[in-house]
Design a protein around this ligand. Structure first.
Ligand SMILES: Nc1nc2c(ncn2[C@@H]2O[C@H](COP(=O)(O)OP(=O)(O)O)[C@@H](O)[C@H]2O)c(=O)[nH]1
Ligand SMILES: [Mg+2]
Length: 467
């Protein structure tokens, strides 16, 4: 069987990123890990049998083919099942850099290991019951986290913050099925041991708990992915300058010539620990050249997916009807950033004399990237606008972080709700119970107790090699 065979393969990969560094970590996992490590150390097949588990041993590694010395490395054996993957696992800490780790991986392959696919170590951990699927997802999130709050959420999920609650809901649904069986088994008695309204009340209680979890999903997803924050505005309104000021480096090209930014540039920044994906776009205007028009198209596409729009407009200049029309066309919340405040203060920005049209409902923050004025306030506004719920409920860590989890929770809630309604409308309890079975399956799919292959593929595909 292909699946089983793949599991018993011994896999190898560098777990640290490639490139120059003091150390690199290479992992071997599978039944032949110890034997392959011995091959590197020039010792016989089961020479690792006497090794103390989880203790580093400094050894000279050699290429098994040429006998050439490769590196002096720290070799540690983690016998299964008490290892990350649940299998025999060997970690080899070599010196870092461009050649040593790659050569050691290559030597492991020569000795019979297979290069691991992305996420395969964690996938094995999951398949061997070391992690549930929400924890495996958390491993990916933890590695990818680019702001402290994103890390907090991922770590909480790795500690089974979500898994435990879903497992608890699952046992409540199973308990409900058991109550129903009790009810069905005594249909003719005057007083059924379990009255239907008690069952209905318990179902409603479960729906309420799922809804509470689901309420954390928007913040959870934003924390995981970062709030897409698009800088928009006319050419020369100071978008790229603001982008650079917020990112803290000179990433976007800033010039005095209108229409310099022709593509979208993205950077993730951490504002008070909260992640924002900042997108600098081409200025919005008609009559631009082809390349710039493409940039404007990209801007519009980003605007459709934006969680927040920063509309840049010079502090001293009045907003025109076009600006307001544009703002009204947006579905995302908008912060109007009044740029170049330093110039407005000395009257160097032309005020076209129009009455400022109303931009009611938008926060408006004056800033100057030259003096830095207003930037702190702008960051506070961003944070509060997107993450207010999380900021206010400081000790509440959002637990639902992915569409996959939210979708299945919604399914579970809908099924339990349908169950309650079916009971209420006099549908036979045996028939209504099918909804509970479906709810149970949805919850199990969150945990990965049952998970279709394509779900697993999607979860593990986003990992890097060596995780
Ligand atoms: N004095 C001053 N000039 C600014 C400020 N922000 C941007 N500028 C200038 O305005 C011009 C256009 O800025 P840029 O960021 O390229 O605008 P974009 O076309 O909207 O991306 C450049 O010459 C910037 O140096 C500011 O806060 N103060
Ligand atoms: Mg620009």
């Amino acid at each position: 069987m292909e699946g089983t065979r793949r599991l018993v393969d011994t896999i190898v990969a560098q777990a640290t990123p490639p490139g120059v560094g003091a150390v690199a970590l290479i992992r071997l996992s599978g039944t032949r890990s110890g034997e392959i490590a011995c091959g590197l150390m020039g010792s016989a097949g089961d020479a690792m049998a006497g090794w103390a588990p989880r203790q580093g041993h400094l050894r000279l590694l050699r290429d098994p083919r040429s006998g050439e010395a490769l590196d002096r490395a720290l070799v540690t054996l983690f016998p299964g099942p008490a290892s990350y993957t649940g299998e025999d696992l060997v970690e080899i800490s070599t010196h870092g850099g461009h050649t040593i780790p790659a050569t050691v991986v290559d030597a492991c392959v020569a000795l019979g290991a297979r290069p691991a696919r992305a996420g395969e170590f964690t996938q094995r951990a999951y398949l061997n019951g070391k992690l549930d699927l929400t924890q495996a997802e958390a491993v990916a999130d933890l590695v990818a986290a680019r702001a402290p709050k994103a890390r907090t959420v991922a770590l909480h999920q790795l500690e089974r913050g979500l898994g435990e609650r879903v497992a608890e809901l699952r046992s409540q649904v199973i308990g409900l099925s058991a109550l129903l069986v009790q009810h069905i088994d005594f249909p003719d008695e005057d007083e059924a041991p379990v009255p239907l309204d008690r069952i209905a009340a318990e179902a409603a209680g479960i729906v309420g708990q799922v809804d509470l979890l689901l309420a954390t999903a928007p913040a959870g997803e934003l924390l995981r992915e970062g709030a897409v924050t698009v800088l928009a505005g006319r050419p020369n309104s100071g978008k790229s300058s603001l982008f650079n000021a917020l990112v803290g480096t000179e990433r976007a090209i800033v010039t005095e010539e209108a229409g310099t930014t022709r593509d979208a540039i993205e950077a993730v920044i951490s504002v008070d620990g909260f992640p924002f994906r900042l997108v600098d776009t081409a200025g919005l205007r008609g009559g631009a050249g082809l390349v710039e028009r493409l940039g404007i198209e990209i801007a519009h596409r980003y605007l459709e997916g934006a969680d927040l729009v920063l509309y840049c407009h010079e502090a001293g200049a009045a907003m025109g009807k076009r600006d307001v029309g544009f703002l009204e066309s947006l579905s995302a919340p908008v912060v109007v950033v009044r740029t170049k405040l330093d110039l407005a203060a000395v009257g160097r920005v032309a005020n076209r004399g129009e009455d400022p049209p109303s931009t009611d409902g938008c926060a408006s923050v004056p800033v100057s990237v030259k003096t830095g004025e207003g930037l702190k306030r702008l960051k506070e506004v961003l944070r509060d606008l997107v993450f207010r719920d999380v900021v206010e409920g400081r000790d509440q860590v959002p637990v639902v972080t992915r569409r996959r989890q939210a979708g299945l929770l919604r399914e579970a809630a809908a099924e339990v709700k349908a169950f309650g309604e079916a009971l209420g409308s006099g549908i036979p309890a045996e028939v209504a119970s099918a909804h509970l079975k479906s709810a149970e399956s949805a919850l199990e799919e969150i945990l990965g107790v049952i998970a279709p292959d394509e779900v697993l593929d999607r979860v593990f595909r986003e990992f890097c090699i060596g995780k």
